[in-house]
Design a protein around this ligand. Structure first.
Ligand code: GYE
Length: 328
């Protein structure tokens, strides 16, 4: 209505200018703080957020925290000063957000969380969370592993009576790491085969290929002939570990069963090459759901507090068939 009046009141050139001003004013502005670029998964997630912002015609202020919570807090504070319509972020770790979220609440800017979970003293400090169900992923990892070990009748390499597992954990304090660890542990404890497994070592590789390789090297130094299984909290660390396993003269996927989480192209390639056994999918393509939810929040619609994206499990024997259909 306002626009029609404007069009009548001014000449054509000015009218076109008025239309674009009106459109710009209508555009939703969202500040988004991403963790960084630690993994193939994260890169896919960032690309998807940027593409989805364009598709939704959102004015996106994107900030990369380079793996530091303090940078995320600074970015959120800047978004508040810029009076964005909504703030989105991926909490690098679960705790430490209360103060900055109180600042956002005081400024009446809604907050929508993506991917990782957070723990706050008051749940009204954020509107909703969309993303990853890390606990279920951890459970799926153990379920796959238990079934694989039992159906293939895999025996401990060192002749002992337990299958020895090493674990490469994700970023310390991140919900992606704690969720996957708890899910795996709970499923292990609930298994009738629980006494057949031993966790030999578990250490963080910070979700990166480089650290995954380094930590696996140190595991192999102390226990080369005892390790039967590697569970990596993400594919990138598994890919780094594969290099360490080969350098130690062992065959990844055969001497050491390898299962990880994410489902990125790199691990599909490794499965096709016979170097990894399975991946539990974690879908990074969360941008469309994020902006759809943000739009609803800004229209005053009610949204569920927590929504998870769909995820599957893939193993080596289907990798070649599935590979061409993978989007990340
Ligand atoms: O699995 C890992 C990334 O938070 C679910 O973070 C995400 C995890 C993902 O770096 O590769």
């Amino acid at each position: 209505m306002k626009l029609v009046k404007t069009l009548m009141a001014v000449g054509l050139g000015a009218a076109i200018a008025a239309v674009s001003v009106a459109q710009a004013a209508d555009k939703i502005t969202i500040g988004f703080s991403q963790i960084g670029a630690e993994s193939e998964w994260r890169t896919a997630n960032t690309n998807d957020v940027k593409a989805a912002a364009e598709a939704h015609n959102i004015d996106l202020k994107f900030s990369d925290a380079q793996q530091k919570q303090e940078n995320q807090i600074k970015a959120i504070r800047t978004f508040i000063a810029q009076k964005v319509d909504l703030i989105g972020f991926v909490p690098i770790v679960a705790t430490g957000w209360d103060n900055i979220l109180r600042e956002a609440k005081r400024a009446k800017i809604p907050v929508l969380i993506m991917d990782r979970d957070l723990t706050v003293s008051d749940d009204s400090l954020y509107v909703a969370k969309i993303g990853t169900d890390s606990y279920t992923e951890g459970k799926k990892v153990f379920a796959w592993l238990d079934n694989y070990i039992q159906t293939n009748n895999i025996k401990p390499r060192n002749g002992g009576d337990k299958i020895n597992i090493v674990i490469l954990e994700g970023t310390v304090g991140s919900s992606a790491a704690t969720g996957r660890a708890h899910g795996f542990d709970d499923a292990l404890k609930a298994s009738p085969n629980k006494d057949k497994y031993n966790i030999l070592a578990s250490q963080t590789g910070d979700f990166t290929r480089q650290k995954g390789q380094e930590v696996m090297e140190s595991f192999l130094k102390s226990n080369r002939d005892d390790i039967d299984v590697l569970f990596a909290h993400n594919d990138d660390m598994a890919l780094g570990a594969i290099q360490a396993i080969e350098a130690a003269g062992l065959k990844p996927s055969k001497d050491i069963v390898i299962v990880s989480v994410d489902g990125v192209k790199g691990i599909f390639q490794a499965m096709v090459d016979g170097k990894a056994n399975a991946t539990v999918e974690c879908n990074p393509l969360q941008g469309d759901l994020f902006f759809t939810t943000a739009e609803k929040i800004l229209k005053g619609e009610k949204v569920p507090k927590s929504v998870f994206v769909e995820e599957g499990v893939y193993q080596a024997d289907e990798a070649a068939k599935v590979f061409p259909t993978r989007k990340y």
